[in-house]
Write a protein that binds this ligand. Structure first.
Ligand code: FPP
Length: 239
């Protein structure tokens, strides 16, 4: 066991760019989709841990608008995996008081998947525990542009301040991530939450997503607890 002191600072919102499923599969001579399947197990483990640690928001980059460029079978396989995961996990999510939000350009998704997502949203809406935010068919630039367009439509001729803008992003109501984890050794933002990560702490690990489970998640939280967040101000000693 680790001391409580190491984790005295628990982030309110942890976001994860889940990367490395393909490489995990390749290194075992498996199809890429097998890596994604194992990745779903990591999603479950990390959500369980977030619930245990009482992390209020766990967001996951599950599919980017750029991922459409992958082979058709892989894209179809990913959607099928998600529908299956929803069918299999809904009861368990409700039992654990998890609220699920799925955010992104959902209009481009199949009617089946959209129905499954809407059903999941409804039955988990009253969950008072951890909120799982699945970023699906999402990209940061897309989000910023749709927010700007909607703002302009509602407020013709008006200028905006950053606070106005927040409420037009798809993440409206979700606090900005305190900690962003990216797995598999890649160290970039890849058109993820560009606006929302203005003051986010970043944590990179070489661990591939299918191998990222509770132990690795705890290491990331330990690293976060040691960070000194100043938000552009000077260090405060009584934090
Ligand atoms: C990145 O690995 C992974 C993805 C683009 C898909 C992640 C999706 C899941 C794990 C399923 C999500 C499910 C739920 C229930 C939220 P990669 O394919 O880019 O790996 P590589 O860089 O090694 O090729």
């Amino acid at each position: 066991m680790h001391s409580m002191e190491e984790l005295s600072k628990i982030p309110q919102h942890v976001s994860i760019i889940m990367d490395g499923n393909g490489r995990w599969a390749k290194s075992r001579g498996l199809e890429r989709l097998e890596g994604h399947k194992e990745g779903v197990e990591s999603v479950r483990a990390c959500l369980e841990f977030a619930v245990e640690m009482r992390i209020k928001y766990l967001s996951l980059f599950a599919f980017s608008t750029e991922n459409w460029g992958r082979p058709k079978e892989e894209v179809q396989g990913l959607w099928a995996l998600m529908v299956k995961a929803i069918e299999r996990e809904t009861k368990n999510l409700v039992k654990n008081r998890v609220r699920v939000l799925v955010l992104g350009n959902l209009e481009q998704l199949s009617p089946d998947l959209r129905m499954a997502i809407e059903g999941l949203r409804e039955v988990t809406a009253s969950g008072q525990g951890t909120t799982l935010v699945v970023m699906l068919n999402y990209s940061g630039k897309w989000d910023i542009v749709q927010a700007a367009n909607r703002f302009a439509e509602k407020n013709p001729g008006k200028k905006m301040v950053p606070e106005d803008f927040d409420s037009f992003l798809v993440t409206a109501g979700v606090p900005d991530p305190d900690l962003l984890i990216r797995t598999s050794g890649e160290e970039r933002i890849s058109n993820y939450m560009l606006w929302q990560t203005a003051y986010t702490e970043f944590y990179f690990t070489d661990t591939l997503w299918p191998d990222f489970r509770k132990k690795e998640f705890r290491l990331a939280l330990e690293a976060y607890a040691k960070r000194d967040r100043r938000y552009g101000k000077v260090k405060s000693n009584n934090e």
